[in-house]
Design a protein around this ligand. Structure first.
Ligand code: GLN
Length: 451
């Protein structure tokens, strides 16, 4: 049924980069056989899932929506992919994204933009916009994504879905094509909080193949989603994450959610996190710095695209030609920014000070969580914006992650849950719930109470 729905919706939505009916049906039959053999597969067995095309899959191509990896077939599965196969989920296909997860609209894909199923003239958010659009268009019940600066929460918000950024180290990066390794976090998309929790639990947990993976019990997010009560919970409203620059209808729905939490017995207080104002600036030094290093592996030699290798050119020339052709403009912008920020003479002024700001943001969270259990804010300053509106203005695009980036820099957990439609445009608004590291369950508990 989902494959049929994909065939129907794709001409308009373009959520998928790869769908292969036979592979998917073969997987479904294999799950049936495992079940018939008496294997206990858990609650999501047989449920289809769409993977962001940044997770390696042995049976489908993996491109990160880049020409430099067009047609690439990885020799191994990402841990997220492997664990979901183990749990009996069936892969529906690979979803579109901003190239190497750099962007907030999915317009940076080398393979054309994805459209928002709520309004096809608008973006589905990004960078995991193929995953958010697929779930919003009922092409998939569940999807995976990655969140480096907001790429799960923001697309979830503008597509009316639940999306979570787990604690950094709570979900494995093994087999995830790296953008900014100290920030990249795999997480779930679903249409309700419990589904997201079940998906997160199915792929979470310690992975010895990821050196930053946390060796501790998985936060009980499904139990928290079922509990869904907030009585006595202390909720902090982050002063710096609302007000000027936010769409009026976003603030209206956010305010109503806060009142709802209060009416359900939560204790609401205002909290100030002064360093959050500098998070975006720090992120746009740290993320490009890490990306400039990570993307050095696309060298035209080992795998992926190779251009101009006609026997007359040096390896260096082939490398330069390949990277010039294979990377899109936003990826090149980030590599240039990153190599500049890391170059000797500038390192301390740019990368060094950004790392210091990162520490301040972490301290803001720590101080706030001494007085409250969770923090809330809108997930994104606006609802889904029109295709093309921000493609010529990188700064406007970067602002889409104003509310989500602090959590990535600090490494803690957050979730976006739908909180109604903005009155002025009828488009979905998301409430962001932020929790301390390894207390993901608190965010799920609050999310389930308001959904
Ligand atoms: N929009 C942000 C960026 O372009 C975040 C992307 C992400 O979370 N992958 O870097």
């Amino acid at each position: 049924a989902y494959l049929d729905r994909v065939a129907l919706a794709e001409p308009e939505v373009n959520a998928f980069l790869h769908v292969d009916r036979e592979t998917t049906l073969a997987q479904a039959r294999a799950v049936d056989e495992r079940r018939a053999a008496g294997e206990d597969l858990g609650p999501l067995a047989g449920v289809p899932v769409a993977h962001k095309d940044v997770f390696t899959t042995t049976d489908m191509p993996t491109t990160a929506a880049s020409r430099i990896l067009e047609g690439y077939r990885p020799p191994y599965d990402a841990t997220v992919t492997a664990r979901l196969r183990e749990a009996g989920l069936v892969v529906l296909g690979k979803t579109n994204m901003d190239e190497f997860a750099m962007g907030s609209s999915t317009e940076n894909s080398a393979f054309g933009p994805t459209r928002n199923p709520w309004d096809a003239s608008r973006v589905p958010g990004g960078s995991s916009g193929g995953s958010s659009a697929a779930v919003a268009a009922f092409e998939a019940p569940l999807a995976t994504g990655t969140d480096t600066g907001g790429s799960i929460r923001q697309p979830a918000a503008v597509c009316g879905l639940v999306g979570a950024k787990p604690t950094y180290g709570g979900s494995s990066r093994y087999g995830l094509i790296a953008f900014a390794s100290s920030l990249d976090t795999p997480g779930p998309f679903a249409r309700n909080v419990l589904d997201a929790a079940l998906l997160q639990e199915a792929f979470s947990g310690h992975d010895p193949r990821d050196s930053t993976s946390i060796d501790a019990p998985v936060p009980p997010v499904a139990e928290a989603a079922r509990r869904a009560d907030v009585a006595g919970l202390r909720v902090g409203v982050v002063k710096e994450l609302s007000g000027e620059g936010y769409q009026a209808g976003v603030l209206t729905r956010f305010q109503e959610s806060v009142e709802l939490l209060e009416s359900m017995g939560a204790k609401v207080v205002e909290v100030s996190c002064p360093s959050f104002d500098t998070a975006l600036a720090a992120y746009y030094l740290i993320a490009p710095s890490e990306c400039s290093s990570n993307l050095a592996r696309f060298d035209a030699m080992r795998y992926g695209l190779r251009t101009g290798d006609d026997g007359t050119r040096s390896a260096e020339e082939v490398m330069a030609l390949t990277r010039a052709e294979g990377f899109g403009p936003e990826v090149k912008r980030r590599i240039i920014l990153g190599t500049y920020a890391l170059s000797s003479g500038y390192y301390d002024a740019y990368y060094g000070s950004a790392q210091q700001v990162r520490t301040l943001i972490k301290r803001d969270f720590e101080a706030a969580f001494e007085g409250v259990d969770v923090l809330v804010s809108p997930t994104a300053p606006t609802t889904a914006f029109p295709l093309g509106e921000r493609t010529g203005d990188p700064m406007a695009m970067y602002l889409a992650d104003l509310c989500t980036i602090p959590t990535n820099l600090a490494g803690n957990a957050a979730l976006s849950v739908p909180c109604g439609l903005a009155p002025e445009d009828g488009l979905p608004v998301g409430l962001q719930v932020m929790a301390p590291a390894m207390a993901d369950d608190r965010a799920y508990r609050v999310g389930a109470a308001v959904e």
